[in-house]
Write a protein that binds this ligand. Sequence first.
Ligand SMILES: Nc1ncnc2c1ncn2[C@@H]1O[C@H](COP(=O)(O)OP(=O)(O)OP(=O)(O)O)[C@@H](O)[C@H]1O
Ligand SMILES: [Mg+2]
Length: 350
Amino acid sequence: MNTVSVQNVSMRFGDFTAVNDVSFTVAKGEFVTLLGPSGCGKTTLLNMVSGFLQPSSGKIEIGGNDVTFVPPERRDTAMCFQSYALFPHLSVAENLQFGLKQKKMLPADRKRRLDDVAEKLDLVAQLDKLPNQLSGGQQQRVALGRALTMRPSVVLFDEPLSNLDAKLRESVRLEIRKIQADYNLAAIYVTHDQGEALAMSDRILIMRSGQIEQSGTPTDIYNFPKSSFVADFIGNANILDATIIKEESRNSWLVSTEIGEFLVKSDTAPVAKQLKICWRPENAQHGGAELNSIEARVTHRAFQGNYTDLFIEINGVAQRVQWREGRLEDLTNLSMHIRPEDFTFLEAIT
Ligand SMILES: Nc1ncnc2c1ncn2[C@@H]1O[C@H](COP(=O)(O)OP(=O)(O)OP(=O)(O)O)[C@@H](O)[C@H]1O
Ligand SMILES: [Mg+2]
Protein backbone atom coordinates (compact mmCIF):
# COMPACT_ATOMS: atom_id res chain seq x y z
CA MET A 1 0.00 0.00 0.00
CA ASN A 2 1.15 3.53 -0.67
CA THR A 3 1.87 5.64 2.38
CA VAL A 4 0.93 8.86 0.61
CA SER A 5 -1.58 9.19 -2.20
CA VAL A 6 -2.23 12.60 -3.73
CA GLN A 7 -5.22 12.48 -6.04
CA ASN A 8 -6.11 15.23 -8.53
CA VAL A 9 -5.15 17.94 -6.09
CA SER A 10 -5.46 21.62 -7.04
CA MET A 11 -4.84 24.82 -5.11
CA ARG A 12 -6.28 28.11 -6.25
CA PHE A 13 -5.46 31.48 -4.68
CA GLY A 14 -8.18 33.73 -6.11
CA ASP A 15 -7.85 33.52 -9.91
CA PHE A 16 -4.40 32.04 -9.71
CA THR A 17 -3.91 28.28 -9.82
CA ALA A 18 -0.72 27.42 -7.90
CA VAL A 19 -1.16 23.63 -8.11
CA ASN A 20 -3.17 22.20 -10.97
CA ASP A 21 -4.62 18.67 -10.87
CA VAL A 22 -1.58 16.89 -9.45
CA SER A 23 -1.55 13.17 -8.64
CA PHE A 24 1.27 11.02 -7.28
CA THR A 25 1.97 8.36 -4.66
CA VAL A 26 4.85 7.68 -2.28
CA ALA A 27 5.46 4.15 -0.99
CA LYS A 28 6.85 3.21 2.43
CA GLY A 29 10.60 3.72 2.36
CA GLU A 30 10.47 5.68 -0.88
CA PHE A 31 12.21 9.02 -1.35
CA VAL A 32 10.35 11.25 -3.81
CA THR A 33 11.59 14.69 -4.80
CA LEU A 34 9.56 17.61 -6.10
CA LEU A 35 11.90 19.55 -8.35
CA GLY A 36 11.12 22.71 -10.26
CA PRO A 37 11.85 26.41 -10.63
CA SER A 38 10.88 29.03 -8.08
CA GLY A 39 7.13 29.59 -7.96
CA CYS A 40 6.12 26.31 -9.64
CA GLY A 41 4.06 25.21 -6.62
CA LYS A 42 6.39 22.87 -4.69
CA THR A 43 5.86 24.37 -1.23
CA THR A 44 2.13 24.75 -1.82
CA LEU A 45 1.87 21.07 -2.71
CA LEU A 46 3.95 20.02 0.31
CA ASN A 47 1.82 22.17 2.61
CA MET A 48 -1.29 20.37 1.42
CA VAL A 49 0.30 17.01 2.28
CA SER A 50 1.30 18.29 5.73
CA GLY A 51 -2.11 19.87 6.34
CA PHE A 52 -1.04 23.51 6.59
CA LEU A 53 -3.14 24.20 3.48
CA GLN A 54 -6.41 22.67 2.40
CA PRO A 55 -6.70 21.94 -1.31
CA SER A 56 -9.33 23.69 -3.45
CA SER A 57 -10.12 20.27 -4.92
CA GLY A 58 -8.79 16.73 -4.87
CA LYS A 59 -8.01 14.22 -2.16
CA ILE A 60 -5.00 13.29 -0.03
CA GLU A 61 -4.61 9.93 1.70
CA ILE A 62 -1.98 8.94 4.25
CA GLY A 63 -1.77 5.31 5.28
CA GLY A 64 -5.00 4.67 3.39
CA ASN A 65 -6.99 7.29 5.35
CA ASP A 66 -8.51 10.37 3.78
CA VAL A 67 -6.72 13.27 5.51
CA THR A 68 -7.62 16.04 3.05
CA PHE A 69 -9.21 18.16 5.78
CA VAL A 70 -7.41 16.72 8.82
CA PRO A 71 -5.26 19.32 10.66
CA PRO A 72 -1.43 18.94 10.63
CA GLU A 73 -1.08 17.72 14.22
CA ARG A 74 -3.41 14.84 13.56
CA ARG A 75 -1.59 13.63 10.46
CA ASP A 76 1.17 11.08 10.57
CA THR A 77 3.65 13.54 9.04
CA ALA A 78 6.61 15.61 10.22
CA MET A 79 8.07 18.60 8.50
CA CYS A 80 11.69 19.67 8.14
CA PHE A 81 12.22 23.23 6.92
CA GLN A 82 14.88 25.35 5.31
CA SER A 83 15.17 27.59 8.36
CA TYR A 84 15.86 25.19 11.19
CA ALA A 85 13.23 26.84 13.41
CA LEU A 86 14.81 25.49 16.60
CA PHE A 87 13.77 27.04 19.91
CA PRO A 88 16.81 29.20 20.79
CA HIS A 89 16.32 29.10 24.57
CA LEU A 90 15.90 25.31 24.73
CA SER A 91 18.78 22.83 24.78
CA VAL A 92 19.25 20.33 21.98
CA ALA A 93 17.75 17.59 24.17
CA GLU A 94 14.71 19.76 24.93
CA ASN A 95 14.32 20.71 21.28
CA LEU A 96 14.43 17.06 20.28
CA GLN A 97 11.74 16.15 22.82
CA PHE A 98 9.50 19.13 22.23
CA GLY A 99 6.82 17.37 20.19
CA LEU A 100 6.85 14.34 22.47
CA LYS A 101 6.21 16.54 25.51
CA GLN A 102 3.31 18.18 23.76
CA LYS A 103 1.94 14.71 23.12
CA LYS A 104 2.34 14.08 26.87
CA MET A 105 4.54 11.07 26.38
CA LEU A 106 5.96 9.59 29.59
CA PRO A 107 9.52 10.72 30.47
CA ALA A 108 10.99 7.20 30.24
CA ASP A 109 9.56 6.69 26.74
CA ARG A 110 10.71 10.15 25.72
CA LYS A 111 14.21 9.36 26.89
CA ARG A 112 14.30 6.19 24.81
CA ARG A 113 13.26 8.07 21.65
CA LEU A 114 15.75 10.84 22.42
CA ASP A 115 18.66 8.42 22.89
CA ASP A 116 17.82 6.57 19.71
CA VAL A 117 17.66 9.68 17.53
CA ALA A 118 20.66 11.38 19.18
CA GLU A 119 22.77 8.34 18.48
CA LYS A 120 21.60 7.90 14.88
CA LEU A 121 22.23 11.59 14.14
CA ASP A 122 25.51 11.78 16.03
CA LEU A 123 24.18 14.39 18.46
CA VAL A 124 24.96 12.63 21.75
CA ALA A 125 27.76 15.08 22.60
CA GLN A 126 25.59 18.10 21.78
CA LEU A 127 22.51 17.40 23.88
CA ASP A 128 23.16 20.03 26.56
CA LYS A 129 24.08 22.82 24.16
CA LEU A 130 21.84 25.61 22.97
CA PRO A 131 21.16 25.88 19.22
CA ASN A 132 23.43 28.93 18.80
CA GLN A 133 26.34 26.86 20.13
CA LEU A 134 26.01 24.45 17.19
CA SER A 135 27.29 24.56 13.62
CA GLY A 136 24.81 24.92 10.76
CA GLY A 137 25.07 21.22 9.95
CA GLN A 138 24.46 20.24 13.56
CA GLN A 139 21.44 22.55 13.77
CA GLN A 140 20.05 20.95 10.64
CA ARG A 141 20.51 17.52 12.20
CA VAL A 142 18.62 18.65 15.33
CA ALA A 143 15.77 19.90 13.14
CA LEU A 144 15.71 16.52 11.40
CA GLY A 145 15.95 14.73 14.75
CA ARG A 146 13.02 16.68 16.11
CA ALA A 147 10.92 15.47 13.19
CA LEU A 148 12.12 11.89 13.63
CA THR A 149 11.45 11.56 17.37
CA MET A 150 7.77 11.78 16.46
CA ARG A 151 8.17 8.53 14.47
CA PRO A 152 6.03 9.79 11.62
CA SER A 153 5.40 7.53 8.64
CA VAL A 154 5.98 10.48 6.30
CA VAL A 155 8.69 13.15 6.50
CA LEU A 156 8.34 16.27 4.42
CA PHE A 157 11.39 18.37 3.59
CA ASP A 158 11.22 21.88 2.17
CA GLU A 159 14.68 22.83 0.88
CA PRO A 160 16.28 21.76 4.17
CA LEU A 161 19.85 22.23 2.98
CA SER A 162 19.80 25.62 1.32
CA ASN A 163 21.39 27.37 4.31
CA LEU A 164 24.42 25.08 4.29
CA ASP A 165 27.63 25.45 2.29
CA ALA A 166 28.28 23.09 -0.61
CA LYS A 167 30.49 20.57 1.22
CA LEU A 168 28.19 20.33 4.20
CA ARG A 169 25.16 20.00 1.95
CA GLU A 170 26.68 16.94 0.40
CA SER A 171 27.36 15.21 3.71
CA VAL A 172 23.99 16.10 5.25
CA ARG A 173 22.13 14.85 2.21
CA LEU A 174 23.82 11.47 2.54
CA GLU A 175 22.81 11.44 6.19
CA ILE A 176 19.20 12.31 5.45
CA ARG A 177 19.02 9.46 2.97
CA LYS A 178 20.56 7.01 5.40
CA ILE A 179 18.25 7.96 8.27
CA GLN A 180 15.22 7.89 6.02
CA ALA A 181 16.17 4.37 4.93
CA ASP A 182 16.91 3.26 8.53
CA TYR A 183 13.42 4.28 9.65
CA ASN A 184 11.87 3.10 6.37
CA LEU A 185 10.04 6.41 6.02
CA ALA A 186 8.12 7.75 3.08
CA ALA A 187 9.83 11.04 2.21
CA ILE A 188 8.79 13.97 0.07
CA TYR A 189 11.66 16.33 -0.54
CA VAL A 190 11.33 19.75 -2.14
CA THR A 191 14.28 21.37 -3.88
CA HIS A 192 15.16 23.45 -6.89
CA ASP A 193 18.66 22.00 -6.88
CA GLN A 194 18.88 19.43 -9.66
CA GLY A 195 22.11 17.91 -8.30
CA GLU A 196 20.44 17.26 -4.97
CA ALA A 197 17.43 15.71 -6.68
CA LEU A 198 19.56 13.42 -8.87
CA ALA A 199 21.75 12.31 -5.98
CA MET A 200 19.06 11.63 -3.39
CA SER A 201 15.85 10.50 -5.02
CA ASP A 202 14.25 7.19 -5.81
CA ARG A 203 11.87 9.15 -8.00
CA ILE A 204 11.77 12.76 -9.18
CA LEU A 205 8.64 14.71 -10.07
CA ILE A 206 9.53 17.66 -12.26
CA MET A 207 7.07 20.48 -11.65
CA ARG A 208 6.27 23.33 -13.96
CA SER A 209 3.57 25.98 -13.43
CA GLY A 210 1.67 23.92 -10.88
CA GLN A 211 1.73 20.67 -12.82
CA ILE A 212 3.91 17.58 -13.01
CA GLU A 213 5.78 17.79 -16.30
CA GLN A 214 7.53 14.42 -15.95
CA SER A 215 8.14 11.82 -13.28
CA GLY A 216 10.67 9.01 -13.19
CA THR A 217 13.88 7.71 -11.67
CA PRO A 218 16.85 10.09 -11.79
CA THR A 219 18.49 8.14 -14.61
CA ASP A 220 15.25 8.01 -16.60
CA ILE A 221 14.68 11.72 -16.28
CA TYR A 222 18.28 12.54 -17.14
CA ASN A 223 18.56 10.16 -20.08
CA PHE A 224 15.04 10.42 -21.44
CA PRO A 225 13.66 13.90 -20.81
CA LYS A 226 10.31 14.32 -22.51
CA SER A 227 10.51 18.05 -23.11
CA SER A 228 13.07 20.80 -23.55
CA PHE A 229 11.95 22.19 -20.18
CA VAL A 230 13.01 18.97 -18.44
CA ALA A 231 16.16 18.50 -20.54
CA ASP A 232 17.27 22.00 -19.72
CA PHE A 233 16.30 21.88 -16.06
CA ILE A 234 18.17 18.64 -15.35
CA GLY A 235 21.78 19.03 -16.42
CA ASN A 236 22.89 20.88 -19.52
CA ALA A 237 21.36 20.12 -22.87
CA ASN A 238 21.90 21.25 -26.43
CA ILE A 239 18.40 21.66 -27.79
CA LEU A 240 17.70 21.88 -31.51
CA ASP A 241 14.71 22.34 -33.80
CA ALA A 242 14.47 19.27 -36.02
CA THR A 243 12.47 17.95 -38.94
CA ILE A 244 12.08 14.23 -39.51
CA ILE A 245 13.21 13.42 -43.06
CA LYS A 246 12.40 9.71 -42.97
CA GLU A 247 12.43 6.55 -40.91
CA GLU A 248 15.69 4.98 -41.99
CA SER A 249 15.17 1.61 -40.32
CA ARG A 250 13.46 0.27 -37.20
CA ASN A 251 14.01 2.79 -34.36
CA SER A 252 16.25 4.97 -36.57
CA TRP A 253 15.26 8.26 -38.10
CA LEU A 254 17.08 10.68 -40.36
CA VAL A 255 16.54 14.22 -39.10
CA SER A 256 17.52 17.62 -40.34
CA THR A 257 18.53 20.38 -37.91
CA GLU A 258 20.11 23.81 -38.10
CA ILE A 259 23.52 22.20 -37.43
CA GLY A 260 23.23 19.39 -39.98
CA GLU A 261 21.55 16.09 -40.76
CA PHE A 262 21.78 13.29 -38.22
CA LEU A 263 20.73 9.72 -37.71
CA VAL A 264 18.80 9.40 -34.45
CA LYS A 265 18.22 6.08 -32.72
CA SER A 266 15.39 6.02 -30.22
CA ASP A 267 13.12 3.44 -28.60
CA THR A 268 10.32 5.98 -28.66
CA ALA A 269 9.09 7.37 -31.95
CA PRO A 270 9.13 11.12 -32.57
CA VAL A 271 5.86 12.76 -31.48
CA ALA A 272 5.67 14.95 -34.61
CA LYS A 273 7.42 15.61 -37.89
CA GLN A 274 8.69 18.92 -36.53
CA LEU A 275 10.02 18.64 -33.02
CA LYS A 276 12.76 19.55 -30.57
CA ILE A 277 15.65 17.16 -30.05
CA CYS A 278 18.53 17.32 -27.60
CA TRP A 279 21.97 15.93 -26.87
CA ARG A 280 24.09 16.26 -23.74
CA PRO A 281 27.48 18.06 -23.72
CA GLU A 282 29.21 14.95 -22.34
CA ASN A 283 28.03 12.93 -25.34
CA ALA A 284 30.32 14.71 -27.80
CA GLN A 285 32.73 12.06 -29.11
CA HIS A 286 36.23 12.89 -30.23
CA GLY A 287 37.00 12.95 -33.94
CA GLY A 288 34.89 12.49 -37.03
CA ALA A 289 33.03 9.28 -37.81
CA GLU A 290 31.00 7.71 -40.58
CA LEU A 291 27.81 8.99 -38.94
CA ASN A 292 26.81 12.29 -37.39
CA SER A 293 30.14 14.08 -37.77
CA ILE A 294 30.37 17.73 -36.80
CA GLU A 295 32.98 20.40 -37.44
CA ALA A 296 32.76 23.18 -34.88
CA ARG A 297 34.48 26.41 -34.03
CA VAL A 298 35.48 26.89 -30.40
CA THR A 299 34.41 30.28 -29.05
CA HIS A 300 35.18 29.99 -25.28
CA ARG A 301 36.47 27.43 -22.86
CA ALA A 302 36.08 27.01 -19.11
CA PHE A 303 38.40 24.61 -17.31
CA GLN A 304 36.49 22.49 -14.78
CA GLY A 305 39.24 20.26 -13.42
CA ASN A 306 38.51 16.81 -14.81
CA TYR A 307 37.05 18.21 -18.02
CA THR A 308 36.75 21.47 -19.92
CA ASP A 309 33.51 23.13 -20.99
CA LEU A 310 33.88 24.15 -24.60
CA PHE A 311 31.44 26.65 -26.02
CA ILE A 312 31.26 26.01 -29.72
CA GLU A 313 29.53 27.23 -32.84
CA ILE A 314 28.25 24.95 -35.55
CA ASN A 315 26.89 26.77 -38.61
CA GLY A 316 26.57 29.84 -36.39
CA VAL A 317 24.50 27.94 -33.79
CA ALA A 318 25.87 28.03 -30.22
CA GLN A 319 26.22 24.65 -28.45
CA ARG A 320 28.38 23.34 -25.63
CA VAL A 321 30.43 20.21 -25.08
CA GLN A 322 32.45 18.67 -22.28
CA TRP A 323 35.92 17.80 -23.52
CA ARG A 324 38.26 15.50 -21.62
CA GLU A 325 41.30 15.01 -23.80
CA GLY A 326 44.13 16.73 -25.56
CA ARG A 327 45.69 20.13 -25.38
CA LEU A 328 42.93 22.69 -25.37
CA GLU A 329 44.78 26.01 -25.09
CA ASP A 330 45.13 26.52 -28.82
CA LEU A 331 42.10 24.54 -29.90
CA THR A 332 40.07 26.64 -32.30
CA ASN A 333 38.39 23.95 -34.38
CA LEU A 334 36.84 20.74 -33.23
CA SER A 335 36.08 17.51 -35.08
CA MET A 336 33.50 15.49 -33.24
CA HIS A 337 30.54 13.19 -33.67
CA ILE A 338 27.42 12.29 -31.74
CA ARG A 339 26.26 8.69 -31.57
CA PRO A 340 22.72 8.14 -32.91
CA GLU A 341 21.53 6.83 -29.51
CA ASP A 342 22.72 9.99 -27.77
CA PHE A 343 20.03 12.16 -29.32
CA THR A 344 16.66 12.33 -27.57
CA PHE A 345 13.36 13.28 -29.18
CA LEU A 346 11.49 15.94 -27.22
CA GLU A 347 8.18 17.77 -27.70
CA ALA A 348 6.55 18.84 -30.95
CA ILE A 349 7.18 22.32 -32.26
CA THR A 350 3.81 24.03 -32.40
N1 LIG B 1 -1.09 32.29 0.11
C1 LIG B 1 -0.90 32.60 -1.18
N2 LIG B 1 -1.68 33.50 -1.80
C2 LIG B 1 -1.49 33.78 -3.11
N3 LIG B 1 -0.56 33.21 -3.90
C3 LIG B 1 0.25 32.31 -3.34
C4 LIG B 1 0.13 31.94 -1.95
N4 LIG B 1 1.07 31.02 -1.67
C5 LIG B 1 1.74 30.81 -2.82
N5 LIG B 1 1.25 31.58 -3.82
C6 LIG B 1 1.73 31.60 -5.22
O1 LIG B 1 1.71 30.27 -5.71
C7 LIG B 1 2.84 30.02 -6.53
C8 LIG B 1 3.58 28.81 -6.01
O2 LIG B 1 4.21 29.15 -4.78
P1 LIG B 1 5.13 28.12 -4.00
O3 LIG B 1 5.55 28.76 -2.75
O4 LIG B 1 4.41 26.83 -3.91
O5 LIG B 1 6.36 27.98 -5.00
P2 LIG B 1 7.71 27.12 -4.85
O6 LIG B 1 7.73 26.17 -6.01
O7 LIG B 1 7.79 26.54 -3.49
O8 LIG B 1 8.84 28.22 -5.09
P3 LIG B 1 10.27 28.42 -4.36
O9 LIG B 1 11.22 27.47 -5.05
O10 LIG B 1 10.61 29.84 -4.66
O11 LIG B 1 10.12 28.16 -2.91
C9 LIG B 1 3.65 31.30 -6.54
O12 LIG B 1 3.36 32.00 -7.72
C10 LIG B 1 3.17 32.04 -5.31
O13 LIG B 1 3.27 33.43 -5.50
MG1 LIG C 1 9.07 26.87 -1.83
